[in-house]
Design a protein around this ligand. Structure first.
Ligand code: NAI
Length: 244
């Protein structure tokens, strides 16, 4: 039995790093990729001997092609793709530049699309594969995110379309939509605002990167074979939408 090859984007830190570590613990050989080469190499080292780092800006078509080509050449297959790289550039729409709209769409949506386009033929030929897109609960709508929300909504739609196109080839495509996860972004919030946010979670607590990685691990597991086109919320119930 060959080792399963997993490719995780935006894996230098945060949720992507936790996903890479979890997939390695699950027995995958993991290729971490990121624009941050220093942190990416360090994350791969921390993940262990079954991990390696390759740099790539997911918004750059040439770099994405080269990355997938290298992984194919080295390993001969790609079993799991996790599109995790993502950015925010928040502002209310009347203060948002079109450059900030374009960059968020380019990384969060087109970046995932570019990776999927390279990996889909590989997985089709294998008649086996798992694609997991890291969306966000924010696709349902957050104030100040008229770029990020549509980028993640687009990712949910891309997930559904590719599930239709690839299902007959035994390639399952799902999304994970995290809510408030305790990452440096959240830790940098002013304490009173952070407390209000915590109180707004039905579970009254924040998630950890490992909670997102756990959902990814489940979707990537070969025993998960009849779930596709779905979005799993890892958000403490925030997406239920009812008031406190
Ligand atoms: P983070 O900012 O800590 O890490 C993102 C990683 O992606 C960084 O290492 C960064 O260098 C990399 N990256 C950025 N642009 C890139 C590009 N063009 N090409 C390749 N790599 C690139 O973010 P975090 O919090 O770990 O989020 C990971 C994913 O989870 C993102 O897609 C984010 O939108 C999503 N998410 C995060 C939530 C949170 O509470 N942290 C909530 C909901 C969704």
């Amino acid at each position: 039995m060959h080792p399963r090859i997993a490719l995780v984007t935006g894996a230098a830190r945060g949720i992507g790093r936790a996903i890479a570590q979890r997939l390695a613990a699950d027995g995958c050989r993991v290729v971490l990729t990121d624009t941050d080469e220093g942190a990416g190499r360090e994350a791969a080292e921390a993940t262990g001997s079954a991990a390696e780092f390759l740099p790539c800006d997911v918004a750059d078509e040439t770099q994405v092609r080269a990355l997938c080509h290298t992984v194919q050449q080295r390993h001969g297959r790609i079993d799991v793709l996790v599109n995790n790289a993502g950015i925010t550039r928040d502002a209310v729409i009347w203060k948002m530049s079109s450059a900030d709209f374009d960059r968020v769409i380019a990384v969060n949506l087109k970046g995932a699309w570019l990776l999927c386009r390279e990996v889909a033929p590989v997985m089709r030929a294998q008649n086996d594969g798992r694609i997991i897109n890291i969306a966000s609960r924010g696709w349902l709508g957050n104030f100040g995110q008229s770029n990020y929300g549509p980028s993640k909504g687009g990712l949910v739609s891309l997930t559904r379309v590719l599930a239709l196109e690839l299902g007959r080839h035994n390639v399952l495509v799902n999304a994970v939509a995290p809510g408030a996860i305790d990452t440096p972004m959240l830790q940098a919030m002013e304490p009173a605002a952070r407390e209000r946010l915590r109180e707004a979670q039905p579970t009254r607590c924040f998630g950890e990167p490992g909670d997102v990685a756990h959902a990814v691990s489940f979707l990537a597991d070969p025993r998960t074979r009849f779930i596709t086109g779905q979005t799993i919320y890892v958000d403490g119930g925030k997406s239920i939408g009812a008031g406190v």
